[in-house]
Write a protein that binds this ligand. Structure first.
Ligand SMILES: Cc1cc2nc3c(=O)[nH]c(=O)nc-3n(C[C@H](O)[C@H](O)[C@H](O)COP(=O)(O)OP(=O)(O)OC[C@H]3O[C@@H](n4cnc5c(N)ncnc54)[C@H](O)[C@@H]3O)c2cc1C
Length: 648
């Protein structure tokens, strides 16, 4: 092996080791979605529907009423978008009504909402102004309160939670110029002082939301490496940092295509002295803390997507029934009707998936990593399609700003703003591509535990023989189950019109498990490089989860009685019909695709062999200019291992 190759492999192994070390593993009940990937449709994990308690609902409803009145009376979203600023009075007002303590327990001065209660508040806020969602979510979905609640000492909680609940804004600082989706490579350093009482932080953080106004930051920094099996494992530690500390400097406020008023900063840390007692959890636990924080933190985005989906459905429905072209309301033309029919069904599914994931998080015992990750991935992807279709159906008016519409006498419908604000959801808190890798890694976890050593080229022949025997015993019982079992009528008959869909999900889950097993046997260790194939597995799992969520939610609504129950069953059935088409196509494409030739062609494009097709227009990037910052000295080359962490 060449010296370069050695260091690359070593570096990749380090990245993988850090990521593996940081996976959350402490749960008492299994994950519904993980079981789905294993061919076990565990309906008992989501049915009976894990409903919100009456007391929690009453508390949430009372708070939402107050919040709605505040937003209506005090917040002008058009103005915030135009000026790029959230007025100081709005920030103060939000503090007064306790928005910064929504998820902080009452004993520390917070409102103490449950995950679903908080999610409902986020849904309402997003439907009014996405900038406020970014502010509140960066503060308490990922900022100091969430990891502090989960990992803080009693002293830390007593010291900081009341301050945070009262409105001391916080932020989460992980990303750096060279460290985006692969946070294990953080370069900011934290070195212990000589007397051991402090750590001295140096580095620069990028895109830190709330960074310009935050009083408190959670900063991820690299501390002394740990030795594991003779290998140096980099350690990342989380620190609570007072933004007023000497050496903390906001060097730039970043501006974006949407979320114009987001207070997002580049923050320089120059010999910042942080007391040792400000370490969150423990030295070396920073990445795990960040990933565990995100496991629930990322449930905010599905609730935001729910808001976007509902607003868009309302706008499209009203516009498509009023706007007449070619002698008929445009909603009567099939091309537009198709978009609206898919939109309404998807809006129902987005809410079902988001709500179910929050309710499972509130239950506390279930492993919800996969549910939260799929909810983040699927609802933001489908939500984006909904926003795009809304703009399309609105035609030229969709592209026109709300102020321009108003100035010429039309209703100021903010589709253009909505689109700009929504787009980032597919990138932050784990980009869609990284979410797929994370989900795929968790989905095959049982297979890796059972047969991982068999596909690991570094396993010795003695260990391989033992692993072979272990895997043989597991698959001798697991594999036949994926082929047998009754997934047809009259199973699930108690669900009436929804029964066929439960049967379809059960059969789909087994088919998915069989195909994943086949792919593992066929590609072995190379499977982790087959991102397009893994992506299809994830997409199938996501659609099946969406079908299950819509069906159990519709069933719960039907059980409550009232006319909406039957309508919910209709919505769920329509959604499932549409989802079945997608699932069937995805199954077909698993091993009938052009992935390999497209990949080879993309490498030709990367090498510049087709740069000739870019001729005839202005060149965007001057010759010699470098777009990407230099990677850190230890960055791995080549593709990422499947064990990538979940990004932020
Ligand atoms: C408005 C905004 C607010 C933000 N707020 C915060 C914050 O508060 N705190 C914070 O720490 N960070 C924050 N971020 C950073 C955000 O989380 C990152 O942008 C995100 O993690 C992606 O990193 P990146 O932009 O560097 O993309 P890169 O990692 O450079 O990725 C570029 C592209 O390559 C893809 N890609 C990367 N690796 C792989 C792979 N292994 N396989 C397949 N595809 C891959 C990505 O999906 C993406 O499409 C914010 C960013 C923005 C724009």
């Amino acid at each position: 092996m060449s010296e370069k190759k050695e260091s690359t492999a070593d570096s990749e192994a380090k990245s993988r080791a850090v990521a593996e070390d940081s996976r959350e593993e402490e749960w008492t009940s299994p994950s519904f979605v993980q079981e789905l990937f294993l061919g076990n449709f565990r309906l008992d994990l989501i049915h009976p529907y894990p409903a919100q308690s009456e007391a929690d609902k009453a508390k949430t409803d009372a708070y939402l009423e107050k919040l709605e009145a505040f937003l209506r009376e005090n917040v002008n979203p058009t103005e915030i978008d135009r000026t790029g600023e959230i007025p100081a009075e709005v920030l103060d007002g939000l503090r007064k009504i306790g928005v910064f303590g929504l998820k902080i327990p009452e004993e520390y001065g917070g409102v103490g909402l449950s995950q679903i209660g908080y999610g409902r508040a986020i849904e309402l806020i997003t439907s009014w102004d996405g900038n406020l969602t970014a502010l509140i979510s960066a503060h308490q979905s990922i900022g100091v309160p969430q990891p502090l609640k989960m990992f803080g000492t009693p002293e830390q909680k007593k010291k900081y939670l009341p301050r945070l609940a009262a409105g001391a804004v916080s932020a989460f600082a992980l990303t750096e110029k060279s460290v985006g989706s692969d946070p294990a490579r953080v370069t900011t350093t934290a070195v212990e002082s000589e007397d051991g009482s402090e750590f001295i932080l140096n580095g620069e953080k990028l895109w830190c939301t709330n960074g310009t106004i935050a009083e408190l930051l959670v900063v991820m920094a690299r501390t002394k490496p740990k030795l594991k099996n003779g290998r140096e494992i980099p350690q990342i530690t989380a620190f609570i940092v007072e933004a007023s500390s000497p050496g903390v400097e906001v060097t730039h406020r970043c501006r974006f295509m949407g979320l114009k008023a987001i207070q997002n900063a580049v923050i320089k840390l120059d010999n910042v002295r942080v007391p040792k007692e400000n370490i969150l959890w423990a030295e070396g636990k920073g990445l795990k803390l960040a990933l565990m924080t995100l496991n629930t933190g990322r449930l905010t985005l599905p609730m935001s997507a729910t808001a976007g989906a509902k607003i868009c459905t309302e706008i499209t429905r009203k516009w498509a029934s009023e706007r007449v072209q070619w002698g008929a309301p445009i909603g009567k033309h099939e091309a537009v009707a198709k978009m609206l029919g898919e939109m309404a069904a998807n809006a129902f599914a987005i809410e079902a998936m988001a709500e179910l994931s929050c309710l499972l998080a509130d239950r506390g015992s279930n492993d919800i990593r996969l549910e939260a990750a799929i909810a983040k991935l699927w609802t933001t992807e489908v939500g984006w399609k909904i926003v795009d279709d809304t703009l399309q159906v609105r035609g030229g008016r969709g592209y026109e700003t709300e102020e321009s519409l108003k100035a010429r006498g039309e209703v100021s419908v903010p589709v253009e703003r909505l689109m700009r604000d929504f787009r980032i959801n597919r990138i932050f808190e784990g980009s869609s591509e990284i979410m797929k890798l994370f989900i795929a890694r968790e989905a095959v976890d049982t297979h890796l535990a059972v047969a991982g050593e068999l596909i690991d080229p570094s396993t010795s022949s003695k260990d391989r023989a033992a692993a072979f025997a272990r895997a043989g015993a597991f698959y001798a019982t697991w594999l036949p189950k994926q082929y047998v079992g009754w997934g047809h009528w009259p199973r699930y008959g108690e669900f009436g019109k929804l029964a066929p869909w439960f049967r379809y999900i059960e059969r789909g889950s087994k088919k998915l498990a069989r195909n994943m097993f086949y792919a593992m046997s066929r590609y072995q260790a190379k499977l982790e490089r087959k991102q397009a194939l893994l992506g299809r597995f994830v997409d199938i799992g996501a659609e099946l989860f969406a079908m299950a969520a819509t069906c159990v939610r519709a069933d719960a609504l039907r059980a409550q009685g009232g006319p909406e129950g039957e309508k919910a069953v209709r919505l769920a059935s329509i959604f499932c019909r549409q989802a079945r088409m997608r699932v069937d196509n995805l199954f077909h494409q698993l091993f009938n695709n052009v992935d390999a030739s497209t990949y080879r062609f993309a490498q030709e494009v990367l090498r510049g062999e087709h740069a000739w097709l870019e001729e005839g227009v202005f060149q965007m990037i001057p010759d010699g200019a470098r777009l990407a910052p230099e990677p850190p000295a230890t960055a791995p080359a080549g593709e990422a291992p499947m064990a990538v962490p979940s990004g932020q």
